[in-house]
Design a protein around this ligand. Structure first.
Ligand code: NOJ
Ligand code: CA
Length: 558
């Protein structure tokens, strides 16, 4: 029997501060803005709040490039604002997580500036600096954001490693002093009263022993760092030490972003004594992404079903992973999880039902609870995200026309999820009194909190009920500790599962298609706990499912 932890029955919510709520009219969301909206989040019913980075940063990668771990980006507010947010969150019973970005820092960080002044000095050892080869980088690794993962240090033949943008130099985890500095910083924040961290790109901290070239996988002669990471051995030592020196001492909650774990590693990461409390289940995201965005695959309901079942199966005996349909790096689930965006509330509610009731920790990304959708970009100049620009260029290089490349970026750009939160139908969606840093999605007149709060049938009202159901003491044992079992697998475009606990069984059944249908029941349905349909008709052993219908009900033990 798994040891029970305080966070097992919690629902998490991701805030992307820059786009959440602007309190002072400069067009940028901020900490005071979050404080003003805490009651909204309380009413939604979520418990754990994760803030994407708010540290001092030149914002080349929207804060995932930190120039001072001990300070707040003035665009977001001050340390006093942060302390107030911690206190106000605590007062309302929230748990607060910060984003921990320790694979790399910003090229504006003091450590890096000193390293550049004197690559041979102590700070040179804080990074990976290597000699070039005949005027070329040390090896042919391609960074995630395009181009070589090595940048030449001006006036020398040396290069530094950056797996992401060149403004995000990788920190040398092999150097004990670097690790000590990072642990000190982590403990400093935990002592300040935050409850834990979402941990960025953590798999990247261990590099392969040898910095050598790999077989090229593209026209540019480079090889993706995904491939390179397959040869990185021994990350466990770092992660064990990290946990021991920091999180464990504070009983902190940690949720790791891990894309490239190796087969069989899951128990080490999230098992009983794992390095982390939990990590995201990216089964769907991994399955749909090609080497580049223009090669991404479309997923159909049957694919999504298979992938969700697969992800749940993998976690089952090990621990809890965290379930998402979108985040600040992914397109909006309300758009991406449907081949043809059906633009209806039922489908959005259906998707929420599927995701929130799975086994694991539900994570809702800001705006998901009102069904925010992808943006329509009409020109590449409207896109801000650094990776989108690289992917646009890559698509052009590989023969796509400008229109095609824009269409690719439009579907995939991280800005889809980063447009300002839609609070009302007032100007700029009520997000700011000024000019927003990124264009508001024009659909805000239809999709916004104010409108949905006034409508008992809205997506928002549904999400409130959905979260309340997940946390209802009468069913909590089932939703938290119950097993996950596939249901009605053979019925095409029906995505259904059982959650079975000691106190009963719940069936979640959804009709992942536009056409309504009848489903021949194998179960004896008890009580309907939640549905996005007007009613749930069961007649002669058939359940009638609406277009994108979702039904959550108890069933008698089979
Ligand atoms: C993952 C973060 O979620 C993403 O936004 C960022 O660009 C990279 N890691 C690099 O920190
Ligand atoms: Ca502001």
């Amino acid at each position: 029997m798994m040891e029970k932890k305080w966070w097992h029955n919690k629902v998490m919510y991701q805030i992307y501060p820059k786009s959440f709520f602007d309190s002072n009219g400069d067009g940028i969301g901020d900490l005071q803005g979050i404080i003003q909206k805490l009651d909204y989040l309380k009413e939604l019913g979520v418990d754990i709040l994760w803030l994407s980075p708010v540290y001092e940063s030149p914002m080349i990668d929207q804060g995932y490039d930190i120039s001072d771990y001990y300070n707040i980006n003035p665009d977001f507010g001050s340390m006093a604002d942060m302390e107030l947010l911690i206190a106000e969150a605590k007062k309302r019973g929230f748990y607060l997580l910060m984003d921990l970005v320790i694979n790399h820092c910003s090229s504006e960080h003091e450590w890096f500036k000193r390293a550049m002044e004197n690559p041979e000095g102590k700070y040179g050892e804080y990074f990976y600096i290597r000699e070039g080869k005949e005027g070329n980088p040390p090896c042919n690794w391609r960074s995630y954001f395009g181009g070589s993962a090595w940048e030449r240090i001006e006036g020398t033949d040396r290069y530094y490693l950056h797996m992401f943008a060149k403004e995000q130099p990788d920190l040398n985890w092999e150097n004990e002093e670097v690790r000590r500095e990072l642990y000190k910083m982590i403990n400093w924040w935990l002592e300040k009263g935050i409850d834990g961290f979402r941990i960025d790109a953590i798999i990247n901290i261990k590099k392969p022993k040898e910095f050598v070239s790999y077989e090229a996988d593209g026209e540019d002669g480079l090889c993706s760092v995904h491939k390179v990471l397959e040869d990185a051995q021994g990350i466990g030592e770092f992660l064990t030490e990290l946990k021991r020196e920091t999180f464990e001492k504070h009983d902190a909650f940690t949720i790791a972003e891990v894309f490239d774990d190796k087969e069989g590693e899951l128990p080490l990461f999230i098992g009983e004594n794992g390095y982390f409390s939990t990590m995201f289940d990216f089964t769907i995201e991994k399955a749909r992404s090609g080497k580049a965005w223009y090669e991404d695959k479309k997923l159909y309901p049957e694919d999504i079903k298979r992938l969700i079942f697969q992800g749940q199966k993998e976690s089952e005996a090990v621990g809890f992973r965290a379930n998402i349909i979108e985040n600040h790096d992914e397109p909006r689930g309300a758009s991406s999880m449907f081949v043809k965006d059906p633009k209806c509330d039922a489908s959005v509610k259906m998707l929420g039902t599927i995701s929130v009731l799975l086994r694991g920790v539900p994570v809702i990304y800001q705006g998901q609870e009102i069904g925010m959708k992808n943006m329509v970009f009409t020109d590449i100049s409207e896109v801000d995200d650094i990776s989108s620009k690289a992917q646009y260029a890559l698509a052009l290089e590989n023969g796509l026309t400008k229109e095609e490349a824009l269409a690719v970026v439009g579907e995939r750009t991280r800005d889809n999820a980063r447009t300002p939160f839609q609070w009302s139908d007032e100007r700029e969606a009520g997000f700011t009194d000024g000019a927003p840093w990124l264009k508001v999605n024009p659909n805000y007149t239809e999709i916004n909190v104010r409108k949905q709060e006034a409508d008992a049938d809205s997506v928002l009202s549904y999400y409130r009920k959905l979260i309340a159901l997940r946390k209802n003491p009468a069913y909590q044992d089932i939703f938290v500790y119950g097993t996950f079992e596939k249901a009605y697998e053979e019925a095409e475009n029906v995505l259904a599962y059982y959650r079975k606990g000691d106190t009963g069984t719940v069936l979640v059944v959804t009709n992942y298609q536009k056409e309504p249908r009848k489903l021949r029941l194998k179960d004896t349905v008890g009580k309907v706990l939640l549905t996005n349909q007007r009613d749930v008709k069961i007649e002669d052993g058939d359940m009638y499912l609406d277009s994108f219908g979702a039904v959550v009900c108890t069933v008698e033990e089979r």
